[in-house]
Design a binder for this molecule. Structure first.
Ligand SMILES: O=C(O)CCC(=O)C(=O)O
Length: 283
């Protein structure tokens, strides 16, 4: 199935219908959620983040925290990124899907060029201490300049969020076409795709990659009710800065609360068994 601007799962219909769609299929496309002036500021910040080495520094801080400590600047400290993270239209949509109590998990920002490596089939759900399958984690995938035929596409496998398998269980398939997949390859600027983080998805290379850079920001959020494992060693510092900066405002008191996290252990250490916490019945 191909997603062409009349999507089956565009954000139409009542809140209840959308919630049902999201539960069943694991994704929801929201064209133009991010307003143009914010897109413009974000695009400039992504350029700064990538071109001035801040992204590389943030990666070093995650891969070798003992040597690097926390980064000098985090994504959420860039003003437009902080605004995107807490954009009221986005948080209201999340509240419709998750209920009012959810916590920010992490934020990434990047600019993809023509030679960006593909991203094989995977999911991004992190475990939580109760391995509770009813607690949902959501990734908001923001395509700042939209998507067109000159850019790699996002491919999703509807319903796959219900499998209880490791993140990389389908990695051996690379980005191969799978029965039932949905290709999302045309989006207007400022569009967001909300996915259940346990949904299998991939970035599939285009054969026509001579176009504009692909500006991509992703932010994730978890329902409260258990402690989630963080992915960044400096997660406490990140939440503390968000609180200091007043990013959550008064309406979202749980958004940057530490109590919803377990201690960082790093990949492959105790507490991070493969697939743990995915907690979904087999599809
Ligand atoms: O680049 C994309 O469209 C998707 C990226 C992705 O799969 C991820 O960040 O986990």
């Amino acid at each position: 199935m191909r997603f062409l601007m009349q999507p089956l799962l565009e954000d139409r219909g009542t809140v209840a219908t959308q919630r049902q769609q999201f539960t069943r299929s694991g994704y929801l496309v929201i064209p133009g959620l991010v307003p143009p002036p914010l897109v413009e500021r974000l695009t400039r910040e992504v350029d700064h983040w990538v071109d001035d080495g801040l992204r590389a520094q943030a990666i070093d801080c995650c891969t070798d925290p003992a040597r690097h400590g926390p980064p000098s600047v985090m994504e959420l400290e860039l003003p437009a990124h902080g605004e995107l993270l807490t954009h009221q239209a986005l948080l209201s949509r999340l509240a419709e899907l998750l209920g009012p109590s959810f916590v920010f998990h992490h934020l990434h920002s990047d600019r993809h060029g023509a030679r960006q490596p593909a991203k094989p089939w995977h999911h991004d759900r992190e475990p939580n201490t109760r391995a509770d399958p009813s607690l949902t984690m959501v990734h908001a995938l923001h395509y700042l300049g939209g998507l067109d035929e000159t850019m790699d596409s996002l491919v999703v496998l509807p319903g796959s969020q219900r499998r209880m398998v490791d993140k990389s269980a389908l990695a051996h398939l690379g980005t191969a076409r799978l029965p039932g997949e949905v290709v999302i390859d045309r989006l207007p600027a400022g569009s967001t795709v909300l996915i259940d983080s346990a949904l299998f998805h991939a970035r599939r290379p285009t054969s026509n990659g001579q176009g504009r850079p692909r500006y991509f920001v992703d932010a994730s959020y978890c329902q409260t009710g258990a402690q989630w494992w963080p992915v960044k060693p400096y997660w406490r510092h990140m939440l503390a800065r968000a609180r200091e900066m007043g990013l959550g405002g008064r309406r979202w008191p749980e958004l940057f609360a530490e109590r919803h996290f377990a201690e960082y252990t790093g990949p492959g250490l105790p507490g991070r068994e493969p697939g743990e916490g995915v907690g979904r019945p087999a599809a």
